[in-house]
Design a binder for this molecule. Structure first.
Ligand code: 5GP
Ligand code: ZN
Length: 114
């Protein structure tokens, strides 16, 4: 999609530090990390937010959750644990309108958040 920051990162029009890529997903380091490891995982099709997940595109989201433990293992924090976050819409704090999952690890996180 034109003018979408994360579509441009997927296409390589905007540089990023790639962590993982396959047919369905692209993962890269967050530019403003909130933890020692902070990876953004996006589907390779433009889905604006969690509100737009449907029967046709949910396989992309399922795949993201299949590769999360793989990325966590590859980066060495799977065993200690991690947090996965999706911000949806204004109240959720979403700033980029291409659905993405924050995979954060390497430190302990508090709860409840926000
Ligand atoms: P949101 O607030 O929408 O859930 O998350 C957007 C995330 O994208 C933020 O954590 C922000 O730091 C990250 N981000 C914004 N612009 C860029 C960019 O140009 N490159 C990278 N690697 N991350 C970005
Ligand atoms: Zn997009």
């Amino acid at each position: 999609m034109e003018n979408c920051l994360f579509c441009k990162i997927i296409n390589g029009d905007i540089p990023s530090t790639k962590v993982y890529e396959d047919e369905f997903v692209f993962a890269f380091n967050d530019i403003e990390p909130q933890a020692p490891h902070h990876v953004i995982i996006v589907p390779k099709i433009h889905i604006s937010s969690a509100n737009d997940i449907n029967e046709e595109n949910s396989k992309y989201i399922a795949h993201i959750f299949e590769i999360i433990p793989k990325i966590a293992r590859d980066l060495g924090f799977a065993e200690n644990g991690y947090r996965v976050i999706n911000n949806c819409g204004k109240d959720g704090g979403q700033t980029v309108s291409h659905i993405h999952f924050h995979l954060t690890g390497g430190r302990q996180f508090g709860w409840p958040a926000g």
